[in-house]
Every structure is written in C-alpha cells, then in structure tokens.
Design a protein around this ligand. Structure first.
Ligand code: IYR
Length: 331
C-alpha cells in the first residue's frame, strides 16, 4: 500500500490533507502520538486509535503513547496514585495488543507537564484564551456538566503536549478534533509551529447503530470480555444487510456497527477473513478486503448471523492477549 494511503486509511479526517501528504512523502523517524487518560481496561475505542498507531509505525514513524495522568486527574478520574496504577495496566495491555515494545515510547504526562517551562507556557496560554473558547474545545471530552477550572486548563495542556513531545502528527478520535483545532490556533501565538492532526472515526452504538459506542453507556467491548461475552454482545448487535441503514422512526441516523467493526478493527489487523459455513449453506467464504465482505452482506450472499459469528471470533483473537495480561496482573 502507498504510504499516504497507509497513513490515512480509515481516518475520518486529516487536518490538513496537504500537511499530511508532505509528512507521507518522508515519514521515516517522524514522531506521532495518541494521549490516553489512563483506565484499567482497554476497550474498542482505545484499540481504534492503537490500530492507527500500528499503521503509522509500519509507515516508519516513531510512536509515542502519552499516559495522560495529569489530564485524567484534571478530569476527575481519581487520585494520582490510582491513576498511575491503571496507567501501568493500560501500558501492558497495549503491548499485548500489538504495539511494539521496543519502538513505542510510553510517556507519563507528569514526566514533563509539571516542569517550570511547561507551566509558564501554560500560563501564557491561559492568559490569551477566553473561558468560552476553552470550554468549547472541551465539550466533547467532558460532556455538558458544568465545567470546572480544571476542564479549561485541560485542552491548553493538550495543546502544549504536541510541542513538548516534539511531534509531527497528533492522532485522536474524532472527539479530540476541537482540542486539536484549538492547538492549531494557539500554538503559533506562543511561537510554536502548527502540526497536522488525524482523527479516527467513532463507532456507532452496537445495539441501535445510533450515536456512538460508549464505555459509560450501552454496550462496549473490552479486554475484560470473555469469549462468551463477546459472542453474546456481537450477536445482539444491529446488523441490517446494508452499509447505509435508513434513519429510525424518530429520524436518528444509523450506521451498521457490525460492518464498522469489520472495517476499523478486523481488516486492518488480518490479511484475510474466513467465514466458516457448513457445505450445505455454501461452504466457507474468504475475504481479503472490507469492500468485498460488505458487498456480500448487501447482496445476501453473506447472512448477518454468519457475519456476526465471524466478527466475534476475530475480535476474540484480537483481545485474547490483552485479556490474558489483565488476568495475570490481577492474580
Ligand atoms: N483528551 C484525551 C486524552 C489526552 C490526549 C492527548 I492527544 C493529550 O496530549 C493529552 C490528553 C482523552 O479524551 O482521552
């Protein structure tokens, strides 16, 4: 695959395309990152951006995983001690999932975000950013409860991380786009360069196909799921025989989450997908591309029940090493 295509595959948005093309022309040794508020168990949301990091590693880039302990603290996720402990578990699961231990740099936010220079730069940004602007940037991450002062500092720190980790590309889910837009606006104001950003899509809720799959509401798939849990969850998923379902009676947009999971989670990590079927139902089907699988689901050649069963077993293979790691850590 062409380097630009590898870097941007499954990206929902790149900002800007021109900047990313320039990066793709010479990616060797360039630095990219995703920041995660530490949590003890990885779920599919984490793995979607991790897949992108694996692509970028393959393209020759150096990958930094920011274990954003200070950010998690500012977002009310617990004491520093609790956050650090979950960060260690998170790191172990990322490695089990397939981020290369040798070439991935895991950095705690607190290793550099409490330094004097960083703090003074942060205060400069605080001085030049309105509360309204910072709150808008945070809306997607923090939700719509009343913002605390810590929630306004949060996106300004995320802005500075891009400079202090010396990055050439910032990666995040689409929910990070407002923070990255703030960074584009603010970094030049403190005499730092603007860097491009790449945003991964948000997968729809598994059972309704609406909105987004969320770890706080609805069903999510995580490293904690057993093979049986996975089969049950995927089996309950919304899977009409189309890539483009009609909105529901209330006009809410819907996606096909089973296809989304094949596209964003399964195909990037496997050369080919085999749907096992008894001879009397037509025998096994083999797919090398997402497109061919989606087309067969639409034509009726591939039954939704077979698609779900296959999805569950490939997801199981992907999370099995992390699940084992988690059990080991808890013993
Ligand atoms: N805002 C992220 C966590 C985070 C991401 C980056 I990129 C940072 O530099 C710092 C924090 C989240 O919502 O999980």
């Amino acid at each position: 695959m062409d380097t630009y295509d590898l870097i941007t595959r499954n990206a929902e948005e790149v900002v800007t395309d021109e900047e990313v093309r320039e990066l793709a022309a010479d990616p060797e040794g360039k630095r990219t990152y995703v920041g995660y508020e530490p949590s003890g168990v990885l779920h599919l949301g984490h793995l979607l951006t991790a897949n992108k990091l694996i692509d970028l590693q393959e393209a020759g880039m150096e990958v930094v995983v920011l274990l954003a302990d200070v950010h998690a603290y500012l977002n009310g996720k617990g004491t520093f001690e609790e956050i650090r402990e979950t960060a260690e578990q998170m790191k172990a699961q990322f490695i089990a999932y397939g981020l290369d231990e040798e070439s991935t740099e895991f950095v705690y936010g607190s290793e550099f975000q409490l330094d004097e220079e960083y703090t003074l730069d942060l205060h400069e940004l605080e001085l030049s950013t309105t509360m309204n602007r910072a709150q808008r940037a945070m809306a997607e991450i923090q939700g719509d409860e009343t913002a605390k002062v810590s929630h306004l500092v949060y996106p300004l720190m995320q802005t500075l991380d891009i400079e202090y980790l010396d990055l050439d590309l910032a990666v995040g889910g689409l929910d990070q786009r407002k923070v990255h837009m703030l960074a584009r606006e603010k970094l030049p104001e403190v005499d730092y360069e603007v860097r491009p950003a790449l945003h991964t899509p948000i997968v729809a809720d598994l059972t309704s196909g609406e909105g987004k799959m969320s770890s706080s509401e609805g069903i999510t798939i995580s490293m904690e799921d057993s093979t049986e849990d996975l089969a049950e969850k995927v089996n309950s998923a919304y899977c009409p025989p189309t890539r483009d379902p009609e909105p529901d009676e209330d006009g809410n947009e819907r996606e096909n989450p089973v296809l989304e999971l094949f596209e964003y989670h399964v195909f990037p990590r496997f050369e080919e997908i085999v749907v096992e079927r008894p001879e009397k139902y037509g025998g096994d089907l083999t797919y090398e591309t997402y497109e061919s699988l989606a087309a067969d689901l639409e034509s009726g050649e591939l039954h939704p029940a077979d698609a779900k069963g296959t999805l569950a077993s490939y997801l199981d293979e992907l999370i099995a090493p992390g699940r084992e790691k988690l059990h080991e850590l808890r013993e």
